[in-house]
Design a protein around this ligand. Structure first.
Ligand code: PLP
Length: 398
């Protein structure tokens, strides 16, 4: 008899089903984790279309690319992200950022079976499930939700429970779900604490290009990576190349001398081989073509900058409208935050009320995807949220 204990279904799937079945014309989807433009679309970048045209013209075979994927893609991307330091790292193509994390997780579980992995609390919902699937016990370190105050101190304090050889997942930028990041000097302090405790960082880079420019976000990642002798990086091209469904990513590992890296590469390749054999090629080829071609690269950088610029202006406007509508909490963390998300200080009941009464859909944690807000809706949505908070205050007084 087969027994099966169902694992927890990602709550976003459930929320999206509810949204789809809602007939209201003015419903607002702040749940899904993808970038949307002011028309509610997730467009394909023109640079991607151009690269696809080149690929269509030049591609002569669909034969296998190899277990580690497209070596030129890995090399180009590695240089783009880490500069010369990439020469001293190993990299393999992965099935999106999730695939990179999964490879890294399985790798860590094999080489350090006694170790645990620490993720922020809160974090991306898939982190704990993913590492658990790799057989790694998962612990969490405290992370602020609505303010950057004492963020670093809290993280370091909760990592005091970690033991030598444990792994720590750090969101490279645009923390999911809070949108609150450590500053660069604070990241340097965290790196020092991680090194002092002899822990190993896993840098999750899923939103490069959505904090500042992608060059500057990548430079921050590279300088962080430089602070460690051994470190892992899971890169995702889903958001910054808007290639979500093409499943493009890469896992990079830095560590010690060349011979060790060679052994580690073998292990990563064998994990990939026994899992999915080889990664898909189409999206990785697109990224490679864009990075190789000066004109396409400029075009992509411009399109990505426009997308992240829109997010910054939505943040400003949303924070301003919430305050104006009398939400009663400080919205500084929303204004100064980065990336797609922020958390709102709402109870599950209040989140439900917004959904039922106003057709505003968000995760029950209060996570909002700011890209889901069209300019014309910001004021109404902020007003509805503020009204819910105000009615809570009234109920408390009554
Ligand atoms: C923090 C974080 N890491 C990794 C990923 C994985 O992205 P991908 O779609 O490339 O697998 C996501 C996607 O939402 C994410 O939010």
């Amino acid at each position: 008899v087969w027994t099966y204990k169902p694992s927890i279904v990602d709550p976003i799937v459930e929320l999206m089903e509810l949204y789809e079945s809602d007939a209201r014309a003015d419903k607002v989807n702040l749940g899904i984790g993808v970038y949307q433009d002011n028309d509610g679309k997730t467009p394909i970048f023109a640079a991607v279309k151009d690269a696809e045209a080149i690929l269509f013209e030049k591609e002569t075979t669909k034969t296998y690319v190899g277990v580690g994927g497209d070596a030129q893609f890995v090399k180009r991307l590695g240089r783009f992200l880490f500069g010369d330091a990439a020469d001293r790292m190993l990299g393999i193509q992965s099935v999106g950022g999730t695939g990179a994390l999964r490879l890294i997780g399985e790798f860590c579980a094999r080489v350090a079976p006694e170790s645990r992995v620490w993720v922020s609390k809160p974090t991306w919902a898939n982190h704990p499930a993913l590492f658990a699937s790799c057989g790694m016990p998962c612990e969490s370190y405290e992370y602020g939700k609505y303010s950057a105050d004492r963020l670093l101190q809290n993280i370091i304090a909760s990592l005091s429970g970690a033991k030598e050889g444990d792994f720590v997942v750090i969101h490279a930028c645009c923390h999911n779900p809070t949108g609150i990041d450590l500053s660069e000097p604070q990241m340097a302090q965290l790196a020092e604490a991680i090194n002092d405790k002899r822990l190993y960082p896993i840098l999750d880079a899923a939103y490069l290009g959505f904090k500042n420019s992608i060059e500057s976000d990548a430079a921050a990642l590279a300088s962080l990576m430089q602070r460690f002798d051994t470190a892992f990086c899971a890169f995702s091209a889903s958001k910054n190349f808007a290639l979500y469904r093409e499943r493009v990513g890469a896992a990079y590992v830095k560590g010690g001398e060349r011979a060790k890296l060679g052994e580690w590469r073998e292990l990563l390749l064998s994990l990939a081989r026994s899992n999915y054999s080889m990664p898909p090629d189409h999206g990785a080829s697109i990224v490679r073509i864009i990075l190789e071609d000066e004109r396409l690269r400029k075009k992509w950088l411009g399109e990505l900058a426009a997308a992240s610029g829109r997010l910054r202006s939505v943040r400003e406007e949303f924070a301003k409208c919430l305050t104006k509508a009398g939400c009663g909490f400080s919205t500084d963390y929303i204004r100064t935050g980065s990336g797609l998300f922020c958390l709102l200080p709402l109870s599950e009941q209040e989140v439900r009320q917004l959904r039922v009464d106003n057709g505003i859909y968000m995760m029950k944690s209060g996570r909002v995807n700011l890209a889901g807000l069209r300019d014309a809706e910001v004021e109404r949505v902020a007003g509805a949220i503020a009204a819910v908070v105000r009615s809570r205050a009234r109920t408390a007084i009554a």
